[in-house]
Design a protein. Structure first.
Length: 519
């Protein structure tokens, strides 16, 4: 496989020019940052320090339940009186009563608080709830362990939505991340029964009409209110501390492994939720792409999205799709040939999650050109792809996407399960693919440019050139918004956060220039 990927890299190199476009001349402080970065390029600890401080616009691909670290789940389990099964390490609720009318754990489980008295058991629980113990001779251990963790969080998540969000945004803020699009699900309790009642006969229009008539969308107002209440409680937890100024939006999750009737009902509900809830900016299909149901129904699900996207009320709905999170050997080769292309053409994806198997597509070079021309970004998750698929280094298509001019952004995927953070992904990208400071700065800027934030971009023309709109160019130099720039920032949430990122870069580069001058 390494030989094939390497050959593809060489072919792309010969066939197309690099997409990078020369931007404005570097400032004195930016030049200092570039030189300092070069001097520490081969030192992982120094890179960690530098990139930890460097502003990172956004994390656009993170699943809420997988973003929480095992230690947080275990602490909440202790606080809430939960139990943990000592065989599977699934967190469960206490369910029995003793003679003293006190709750007790189910058979085979102990109170989570007992783990503090047994370091061996506690360590085993952390390993079971994450990929910390990656030392296994089984090739697909990482894949199986990664996806199995989600079922073990169990009761620890109950009534902890705000706590989960708070820990994610605090961690983001500590790394200079301004914006997070977090994947989570919210559906009415009766969605499954309504979907089963209506069924699926292959006619999207008829199914949608039947679901509307059955009252599927009656719960939208409650879903919007529930998300708003969770955000309010998160804000209370954050107060004025770290994370309080981080912008957060949701991407609604659709479980692709459910029966077709349920998947269609989820997709329809998600389209409507994005339309009505300003806190929900897009939707995505989740669950292992190699699951047999996901493989069987992949094209059908793309057709469902295609049909609903054609409706006037849903035109322009932002969609990002997990596609190409597959590798040779994980599934038969036939499944590697069309998932990304169908996600782009039928799924109307503005971003692709993972996209690892792109060079196995039927015509990968045409697909890469299409993605470049349409501005379809790829959400790169280096550590996740290594842990789940064993695809890393020269086998990973990250440099191919960049070489072909497809916009890319770095993301965490499931930082709690993977035991990483976004800074780790930047360090990994630099060390693996020999990136320079201007490269990582572009990745940071890309994350806001290809976010689903509403409004005009701060940039004009070729997105890779990062040419600032003229009304704000003078403002940045003076670190003070002109009336015209101020108007743009008021009208566009995207431009406002991009502006904040540029100010953060200016401050960071001043600090790096000071560091260089005084070391």
């Amino acid at each position: 496989m390494k030989q094939r990927i390497t050959l593809c890299v060489l072919l792309v190199t010969m066939l197309v020019p690099a997409f990078a476009t020369a931007g404005p001349a570097l400032s004195k402080n930016e030049k200092a940052a570039v030189q300092f970065f070069k001097s520490i390029h081969d030192s992982p600890p120094m890179l960690r320090g530098f990139l930890g401080m460097m502003p990172k616009g956004a994390d656009l691909h993170t699943h809420l339940s997988g973003a929480v670290y095992a230690e947080d789940y275990l602490q909440w389990a202790v606080e809430d009186g939960r139990c943990i099964d000592t065989t599977s390490f699934t967190i469960v609720s206490a369910d029995g009563k003793t003679g003293t009318d006190q709750p007790q754990c189910p058979a085979g489980a102990v109170f989570a608080a007992e783990l503090a008295k047994n370091s061996t058991l506690y360590s085993a629980a952390v390993n079971a709830l994450s990929t910390r113990n990656m030392d296994s001779a089984t090739h697909m251990w990482g894949h199986d362990q990664f996806f199995s963790t989600f079922g073990r969080f169990g009761a620890a998540k109950q009534d902890r939505d705000a706590d989960m969000l708070a820990t994610v945004v605090r961690r983001a803020a500590s790394q200079g991340i301004l914006y997070v699009e977090v994947m989570d699900s919210i559906y009415p309790d009766n969605l499954k029964s309504l979907a089963e009642e209506v069924g699926w006969n292959g006619d999207p229009a008829a199914a949608l009409a039947a679901l509307r008539s059955a009252g599927l969308f009656n719960g939208i107002e409650q879903s919007v209110a529930a998300r708003g209440e969770t955000l309010r409680r998160m804000d209370e937890l954050l107060g004025t501390g770290p994370g309080s100024s981080t912008t957060l939006r949701f991407i609604q999750q659709v479980t692709r492994t459910a029966p077709p009737a349920q998947v269609f009902a989820q997709i329809a509900y998600s389209f409507e939720l994005v339309r009505q809830d300003p806190n929900v900016v897009a939707f995505n299909l989740v669950a292992p792409e190699d699951n047999p149901v996901a493989l069987r129904d992949y094209s059908l699900q793309m057709e469902m999205i295609d049909a609903l996207s054609a409706l006037p009320e849903y035109a322009g709905t932002a969609i990002t799709l997990h596609a190409g999170e597959l590798s040779m050997g994980l599934v038969p080769p036939r499944y590697l040939r069309f998932h990304i292309s169908e996600a782009v053409e039928k799924g109307h994806a503005r971003r692709i999650g993972h996209g690892v198997d792109v060079m196995y597509e039927e015509n990968p070079f045409a697909l890469l050109r299409t993605m470049r021309e349409k501005g379809v970004a790829v959400e790169i998750c280096l550590s996740s792809n290594d842990q789940i698929l064993h695809v890393a280094g020269p086998d990973h298509p990250f440099p191919i996407y960049r070489r072909y001019g497809v916009p890319v952004v770095l993301n965490t995927d499931d930082e709690g399960v993977g035991r990483i953070d976004l800074t780790n992904e930047y360090v990994r990208a630099v060390l693996t693919y020999n990136l320079g400071y201007e490269d990582v700065k572009a990745l940071s800027r890309n994350s806001l440019e290809y976010s689903f934030l509403p409004g005009k971009s701060l940039w004009v023309g070729n997105p890779a050139a990062f040419e600032m709109r003229s009304v704000c160019q003078d403002s940045l130099a003076g670190q003070r918004e002109t009336p015209q720039c101020d108007q743009l920032l008021k009208e566009s949430e995207k431009a406002r956060l991009q502006w904040e990122l540029e100010k953060a870069f200016a401050a960071f580069e001043r600090e790096m220039a000071h560091t260089v001058a005084n070391r």
